[in-house]
Structures are given as structure tokens and as C-alpha cells.
Design a protein around this ligand. Structure first.
Ligand code: FE2
Length: 487
């Protein structure tokens, strides 16, 4: 199945996924009848690994590269074999590579992004959005700053964009079902990934840095799990969610660190930093008042206990835990309050009545420990601090959107709501900044002594003179607790 995207849909390609000091996961897509191999070349290594994949996984697979040299660059190539040797099937300017982490680095830099919608409507057709300049800037800045990996914190694609009806999977499925025609949810979601991941700027990012991903509602349907569906969508919802999940596993989750069973949440370490990436969509069900699900809570609490000695800890939550007027959102979303007059985004907050108990549980874990929260979702960049007892605080660093360009009114509304958070929340929410332009986040950790690391968040945008860090928050981690920031 093909959808009318402006760039050629994804055929063969690769994504560098989870990386460590000694290894890397590399995701590969290799359709076609001939065999392929992945060639890996480093200063002390030259390998060729056979690639095996078929239509049951949309021609995708992952290879684990083991026993690589730490802190070393290895060139990658994907080659289609033939009688005369073979030919590369990657675009010539891709320069795919794996850079392993250093074993005990005194510095670590990584980027984080969210909300990738690189298309705009142009009459009946679809064109590439000018906001792709921000994605190109990310590749440039991440290279210059020696960032080793990128966290993609949700909405790596949008399954039901209002403004692009020709690539709205829910509309297409609903219409086909209404006409009594056959339709295939998995094929629809796979076709979306081939469009969103096929954009050359994104392919360059995928090929040159580690890429760790977590889905949000974009990958399923707007506000999935938080609001009741209209009747005609309710009828197709189970099949759509199954298709979304399958395609997400194939295109995104497969190159994350290994997980158990159906789990999509994951934890990993990189240099001095430990990460837990929350899955806010698999188990979300406002009707059952569930957000993470008990199994994920147990895993998260175990990670908290197991990483108490880590120099710096980050939890990634696609939706920021507390950036709206908490009491107001909770009250407005209580059962019995008319849900149709409220924007669905309110119901999608951690503060919403259905999920509020879990917000309290999360903050009780994070506040005493100075864990930093990384988030996306809200289509503005922002930084704030949730201040608890004894001046303990949780930094929330938000980068959104990398390429999505919602209306200015909706971004202003997002900023206004976020600015009001301090007024109607039980905890102080101290805002550092809000930024409306497309952006990406860069985090840098530098050792400052035996027990101390500086932890810096920069928000980058593209201005008339090129990329620039428009905002910066500096904080210090002492014995693993990231404390007061200095703007
Ligand atoms: Fe988004």
C-alpha cells in the first residue's frame, strides 16, 4: 500500500538504535528478492553480517553488533548481494555510522526531540514542510557537539492529522469500512512509517546517531486512551490499535534496548546517566482510570531502587507530568463534567482526573531524588521546576516540536496554559522559559568532581543566521540528585 507522501517512500535503509560502549543495535529494512548484508568497518574491525527479513515484519529486522571498540566510529553500509559482489542500497550522502560510547566518560551529550510532522497541505497535494530545517540543524549541531544519541519522545508520526486527509489512516479505514470494502490497519500504519521515516533529513539522523524511541498518541490516534471515540471509530478501534502496535514494534521499538514480552517501556545506562523511558499509551484507559499499568509501575519502582547510586537519572515521559494548572485540569475532567466542551488535550494530561493518582505517585518518587524529566508533546519548548518540600525539585525539560507546525494560536494557548501552572497546582511550578519555534533539546553532562556533575539543557532553534541555542538551564547533580538550576 502506498500513501501520497511527497518523498519517495522508504525502501531499503537502516536506523542505528540502542548503543553502548561495546555494541549497537542496527535496524534494517531490506525488501527485494536478493540477499543483503550489513558491512561494518572500524579501525580494528571489518565484518559482514547477513540480513534476514521478510514480509511478515514489513522487511525489517535488527542486528546486534557485539564486541566493538569503545568510543570508536564504525562505518556502516547495507549491500545487496549479486554475482559480481554487490551494491550499496543506501543513499550516497547518508554516511551511516555507529559511534560507540566511551567506557567511563567525563562528558556525555545527547539530544531529545518530539512531534515529527514534516508535511504541509498544498491544495490537493502534500509538500515537505520548511520546518525540516530544524531537523537538518539537529544533525549539524549533534555532530559538532559530539552528541551520541537522540531520544525521540513521541509523535514520530501522526496517524490522523486533520490537515492531511489523504494520509489520515483513521479516515481511510473508516471510509473503507463504511463502504464495506476490505482494509488493513497494519498496512496503513506501515505505509505511514514509510512516509514519515522516508524524509531524507530524518534518514540522516537515523543513520548517524543512536536513536531511542517511544511512541505517544500520534502513532495511534490523537489523545488515544483519554477520550471516548465516536461510534464509527469505536467499531474499528481494536483493529487499528493492533495495527498501530505491530507497526510501532517493527519500525520503532525493535531498535530500542531489549524488553520482556509485551513491554514497551525500557531502561538503559549511558556513561554517568541512567534512563527510564515510560510507555504512556499501551495501558492508558481513562474509563478504567489507568495510565502506566501496575506491571510498568513495578518496573519503574525497581529501576528507581536499582539506580540509587547513579550520578544522574532521567525519566522520559512523552507527556510532561506537571505543566498545566493541576487542580483546574483535575476538576474540569472529573466524571460528570461535560467532556465535549473541553479540548481533548486536557483529558490527555497526567493531571486529568482519571490519571491524577498516578501523577501523585510519580511525583512522590521523583521529588526526593532529583530525577530529571524529559518530555515532548505540547508543541512548545519549555523548562520548569516542580518544587516540593525542603526545596527538593524536579526539573522538567521539554522539547517539542521538531517539525510539526501547529497553528500559532494553539501554540500560544499551550504556552499560556503552561504559564498558569503555578497558579493552580498544589506544588510550585517555577517556569524558566517557553519557546514557540520548532526546536530540539541538547543535554550535556560534565564531571565536576568525585560526586558532582553539571547537567545542562539547551533548547535550539533555527534563526535567520542558522541554528542557535536560544535557552539554557544549568543544574548540578550531587550524589545523583539534580538540584536547583541557574538560568
Ligand atoms: Fe505532537
Amino acid at each position: 500500500m502506498e500513501l501520497p507522501f511527497p518523498t519517495r517512500p522508504y525502501e531499503a535503509g537502516l536506523i542505528v538504535g540502542a548503543i553502548s560502549a561495546q555494541g549497537a543495535r542496527v535496524w534494517i529494512r531490506a525488501p527485494g528478492a536478493r540477499p543483503h548484508e550489513l558491512r561494518v568497518r572500524g579501525p580494528a574491525c571489518a565484518r559482514a553480517l547477513p540480513v534476514r527479513c521478510g514480509p511478515e515484519t514489513d522487511h525489517t529486522t535488527v542486528l546486534d553488533l557485539l564486541d566493538l571498540e569503545p568510543d570508536t566510529e564504525h562505518a556502516l553500509d547495507l549491500v545487496e548481494l549479486s554475482d559480481d559482489g554487490g551494491r550499496s542500497v543506501l543513499p550516497p550522502d547518508l554516511r551511516a555510522r555507529v559511534r560507540t560510547l566511551a567506557l567511563h566518560p567525563d562528558r556525555l551529550c545527547f539530544a531529545f526531540v518530539s512531534c515529527h510532522l514534516p508535511f504541509v497541505a498544498s491544495g490537493e497535494s502534500i509538500e515537505l514542510a520548511p520546518s525540516l530545517a530544524t531537523l537538518d540543524a539537529l544533525v549539524e549541531v549533534a555532530t559538532a557537539r559530539d552528541a551520541r544519541f537522540v531520544l525521540h519522545l513521541g509523535d514520530q508520526m501522526y496517524a490522523d492529522p486533520d490537515r492531511l486527509p489523504a494520509v489520515n489512516a483513521w479516515r481511510l479505514a473508516r471510509n473503507a469500512a463504511g463502504r464495506g470494502e476490505p482494509w488493513d490497519a497494519t498496512a496503513l500504519y506501515r505505509a505511514l512509517y514509510r512516509g514519515y521515516f522516508g524524509v531524507p533529513s530524518m534518514r540522516r539522523l537515523h543513520a548517524r546517531f543512536g536513536n531511542l524511541m517511544m511512541w505517544d498518541d500520534g502513532e495511534i490516534r490523537d489523545a488515544w486512551g483519554s477520550v471516548p471515540l465516536p461510534k464509527e471509530d469505536g467499531a474499528i478501534a481494536d483493529a487499528m490499535f493492533a495495527g498501530a502496535t505491530r507497526a510501532y514494534r517493527e519500525w520503532q521499538h525493535a531498535h530500542n534496548p531489549k524488553t520482556e514480552g509485551d513491554d514497551l517501556h525500557y531502561a538503559f545506562d549511558a556513561g554517568p546517566a541512567s534512563f527510564f523511558v515510560l510507555d504512556l499509551r499501551s495501558h492508558r484507559d481513562a474509563a478504567r482510570r489507568t495510565l502506566l499499568g501496575e506491571r510498568q509501575w513495578r518496573a519503574f519502582e525497581q529501576w528507581i531502587a536499582a539506580t540509587e547510586g547513579a550520578p544522574v537519572r532521567f525519566v522520559a515521559s512523552s507527556v510532561p507530568p506537571l505543566h498545566t494548572p493541576d487542580l483546574l485540569v483535575e476538576r474540569l475532567t472529573r466524571q460528570g463534567t461535560r467532556s465535549d466542551v473541553l479540548p481533548s488535550a486536557f483529558h490527555d494530561r497526567w493531571s486529568a482526573d482519571a490519571f491524577h493518582d498516578e501523577l501523585v505517585r510519580l511525583l512522590e518518587l521523583l521529588l526526593p531524588r532529583g530525577v530529571v524529566v524529559l518530555s515532548g508533546d505540547i508543541h512548545i519548548g519549555a523548562a520548569n521546576e516542580i518544587v516540593g518540600r525542603d526545596d527538593r525539585r524536579v526539573h522538567q525539560w521539554i522539547s517539542s516540536a521538531i517539525t510539526h507546525q501547529p497553528s500559532l494560536v494553539s501554540r500560544l494557548e499551550s504556552e499560556l496554559v503552561s504559564r498558569l501552572a503555578d497558579l493552580a497546582s498544589p506544588l510550585r511550578v517555577a517556569a524558566r522559559f517557553h519557546e514557540l519555534a520548532n526546536n530540539f533539546g541538547l543535554v550535556e553532562l560534565v564531571r565536576r568532581g568525585d560526586r558532582a556533575w553539571s547537567v545542562t539543557f539547551e533548547l535550539w532553534v533555527v534563526g535567520p543566521a542558522g541554528p542557535r541555542a536560544i535557552q539554557r538551564v544549568e543544574a548540578t547533580a550531587i550524589d545523583g540528585i539534580v538540584g536547583a538550576g541557574v538560568a
